[in-house]
Design a binder for this molecule. Structure first.
Ligand code: ADP
Ligand code: MG
Ligand code: MG
Length: 374
């Protein structure tokens, strides 16, 4: 009998559309000849408002690639009516989040494949829910996901593991908003410790959302205020001039590192627009760097993976400061983009692991993690 894979996608984050595209690519790979006899897909689409949908409607979103539009108000769902408007969902297809444990579709899942990017999916929240369900799932658990999402916790773990990284300062929203005496002192400290340019980031986001580069006091003040509107926790980093290299990791306790890839672009930094506008960034695989740099990055990627207790998969991103030959770790992403043109699956394709084989291995890794001694 086939293993039923609960493909969980969409979600309430800025990366909703990317998640749909990732899920489409994974569904296609699960239907490929080598996987079709092993796996059956049960799609679960999470709407932008957090509601879970199952059945035909989720299948429709997967097939069309189009997010479901939210109705302006929230009328009671009509029975047995399917359409592109979520106000017309049958109750069977609409799983209100608070009732997630009752619908039969959820109980049928043998293994979950969450492919949600950003907050409410990559950060340990959904992983906590799946852990409570006591059903194995692809990717990192609660700890690895949360550590990988919070840039402050992540950098503390990297520092403890001895991984070189840029200088940074952790800032709390209260230092920016609450006390007018604290803020100028904070800015003084940042200037003293980090200088310009520096990068200001909400600690728990992705896709470069809320990130700014400051070259002056005024830009720093504006960027801190803006970042505080996204998150209580903020990180400020010294800016480096560097090439951006990425490495994919696959496995649990004995993970493997892929070939190294490079992101190239002509904008000031790899911001949201550069990431998601067709043609603004290019992937170069393998990156044209020395074997020594490649090996160093692969080694550091595996150390970073272990440092946050990641599982299954992660993409680890680096700054390569060519002027000094230094390799600095930037971040780890525990649910990286997984579309047909995303870095993670392409790095594996260049390392000899095809897309269908990759999703097969990830599901087997999820089952393996569960079967470790209790
Ligand atoms: P996200 O998790 O949103 O991808 P990152 O920390 O990777 O956030 O930052 C996004 C981009 O901003 C990076 O890919 C890089 O182009 C630029 N950037 C971030 N931090 C620095 C830094 N300290 N020095 C230089 N560029 C940086
Ligand atoms: Mg990230
Ligand atoms: Mg990044």
């Amino acid at each position: 009998t086939k293993l039923r894979v609960g493909l969980l996608f969409g979600g309430c984050s800025g990366e909703h559309e990317v998640s749909i595209n990732s899920a489409r690519a994974i569904a296609k790979a699960l239907s490929a000849e080598q996987n079709a006899s092993k796996y059956e897909i049960l799609p679960f689409y999470i709407q932008k408002d957090g509601r879970w949908l199952a059945g035909n409607v989720s299948q429709q979103v997967l097939e069309s690639g189009q997010p479901l539009q939210l109705p302006r108000s929230n009328p009671e769902p009509q029975e047995n009516q399917l359409g592109s408007d979520s106000s017309q969902l049958s109750t069977a297809d609409r799983l209100s989040f608070s009732r997630w444990q009752s619908p039969s579709q959820v109980a049928e899942v043998d293994v979950w494949f969450p492919i949600l990017h950003g907050p409410n999916g990559e950060d340990g929240t959904v992983q906590g829910l799946l852990t409570l369900m006591q059903v194995p799932f692809v990717g990192s658990g609660v700890l690895g996901s949360a550590m990988g999402m919070d840039k402050i916790a992540m950098k503390m773990a990297f520092a403890q593991a001895g991984l070189p990284q840029v200088k940074y300062m952790a800032v709390n929203r209260s230092q920016i908003w609450s006390n007018p005496c604290v803020f100028p002192k904070l800015c003084d400290q940042i200037e003293l410790n980090l200088g310009y340019p520096c990068f200001i980031k909400p600690a728990n986001l992705g896709s470069s959302v809320g990130i700014a580069k400051a070259r002056s006091r005024q830009e720093l003040e504006t960027a801190l205020d803006n970042a505080a509107s996204y998150d209580r926790r903020i990180i400020v980093e010294a800016g480096v001039i560097a090439r951006e290299l990425e490495c994919a990791v696959l496995g649990n306790d004995q993970p493997q590192a892929s070939v190294v890839g490079e992101i190239t672009y002509s904008s000031d930094f790899y911001d949201y627009e550069t990431k998601y506008t067709q043609g603004k960034a290019d992937l170069v695989i393998p990156a044209t760097v020395s074997d020594a740099v490649t090996r160093q990055i692969q080694e550091m990627a595996l150390q970073a993976f272990a440092a946050i207790d990641a599982g299954g998969l992660a993409r680890v991103d680096f700054f390569y400061v060519e002027a000094t030959g230094e390799v600095l770790i930037n971040e780890i992403n525990t649910l990286p983009g997984f579309t047909a043109t995303s870095m993670y699956p392409l790095l594996w394709a260049h390392s000899g692991v095809s897309f269908p084989e990759l999703v097969d291995r990830l599901i087997q890794l999820a089952l393996e993690r569960r079967s470790t001694p209790e």
